[in-house]
Write a protein that binds this ligand. Structure first.
Ligand code: ADP
Ligand code: MG
Length: 349
């Protein structure tokens, strides 16, 4: 297994720059997600790591060895495009064995490797089955087996669960993470789905328009988003953004909203008036008489144990996650209070 490091990685197609100087290190054995909206440069980044695309600038290092100009086949990395692609006329064992046969490995060694892989994936009982007879989950396990059997230094996966329905995707997320915990292979997992990234990854790099905006553990990027883009992309429903007037001085511990002071995490630098935004997650808003912001209930969406109540205020529409037992009337005048230690300040520029 290996550490993967990219330094100032850039890729231009003619005039257009798809990846604008990425830097990150993926520790050996980590599950690393590249997350971002369609077109932000995830696949291009992954293809450069795989060796399928040559960077315009920058370096790729595997365990500190510069592999930037090494061809894909010599990098010893498995690229998993779509977990479902199997050879239908082969049985499970033959499917898994195929990459080793291509390498010219001995029959005995291939047999041992296939057994070991099947054991890891818990599909030993399926080895002689035809792949056309398998369930969706088992097909996916076999496809993974075919990637694992070569014992690559790392796995690269490009939206591998993209084609699956929500329920099955959720199940496979759990399995992929479970498998990762057993084999501890460095994995780079590309997705546009924040829930997939949040539920599986040790570290997430959030990309926007070719740039990595933040890298951190799921909890970290959720609690301390580095930009409004990250705050908006992670979490559902999204973070509320409330614009407010007035500047801030380094050391300030509160901002002024309507008639109330709202305590905020300590301000670290002076910030000019006019472009400041308070970020509040819906679960950190509650209804209160000693309110900081007033508004009128616009709507409520029932989600089982909680409900998302939207309130129109002078600062825009604010979503609050409340217990579903709370009674809420549409059009009702309410006061909102924010959980101060969980707020984030942004400069909207
Ligand atoms: P993602 O995987 O995040 O959806 P991609 O890495 O596939 O994004 O693409 C990033 C941007 O680069 C997109 O705007 C895409 O159109 C462009 N792009 C990708 N590959 C090529 C290519 N071979 N030629 C020209 N433009 C490309
Ligand atoms: Mg892509």
């Amino acid at each position: 297994m290996a550490q993967i490091r990219v330094e100032n990685l850039r890729k231009s197609f003619d005039q257009f720059t798809a990846v604008q100087g990425s830097n990150f290190t993926i520790p050996d054995g980590a599950f690393f997600a590249l997350l971002g909206p369609s077109g932000c440069g995830k696949t291009t980044t992954l293809r450069m790591i795989a060796g399928l695309e040559l960077p315009t600038e920058g370096k790729i290092l595997l365990d500190d060895e510069d592999v930037t100009f090494r061809r894909a086949a010599a990098r010893d990395i498995a690229f998993v495009f779509q977990l479902f692609a199997l050879y239908p006329h082969f049985n499970v064992a033959e499917n898994i064995a195929f990459p080793l046969k291509c390498q010219g490995m001995s029959r005995r060694e291939i047999g041992e490797r296939v057994q070991e892989t099947a054991r890891m994936l818990r599909i030993e009982h399926l080895l002689s089955s035809k792949t056309s007879k398998l369930s969706g989950g088992d097909r996916q396990r076999v496809a993974l087996g075919r990637a694992m059997v070569r014992r690559p230094k790392a796995f690269l996966m490009d939206e591998p669960l993209g084609a699956l329905d929500a329920e099955f995707r959720h199940l496979m997320c759990g399995e992929l993470r479970d498998l990762h915990d057993r084999i501890k292979a460095t994995t780079v997992y590309v997705t546009h789905d924040q829930l997939e990234a949040m539920s599986m990854a040790d570290q997430i790099a959030i990309m926007n328009k070719g740039r990595v905006e933040q890298i951190g553990a799921p909890q970290e990027v959720y609690d301390r988003p580095a930009s409004m883009f990250v705050a908006d992309f992670i979490g559902s429903p999204s973070m509320n953004f409330l614009r407010f007037e007035g500047g801030l001085r380094s050391g300030d511990r509160a901002i002024r909203l309507e008639d109330a002071n709202v305590a905020v995490p300590e301000v670290r630098e002076d910030r000019a008036s006019g472009s400041l935004v308070l970020g509040v997650r819906p679960e950190h808003v509650r209804f209160s008489d000693g309110a900081q912001v007033r508004g009128k209930v616009f709507g409520a969406e029932y989600l089982g144990t909680t409900q998302i109540v939207t309130v129109d205020t002078a600062h825009g529409r604010v979503a609050a996650r409340l217990p579903s037992a709370a009674t809420v009337r549409i059009g009702e005048a309410v006061g909102l209070e924010f959980q101060s230690e969980r707020l984030t300040l942004f400069d909207a520029g």
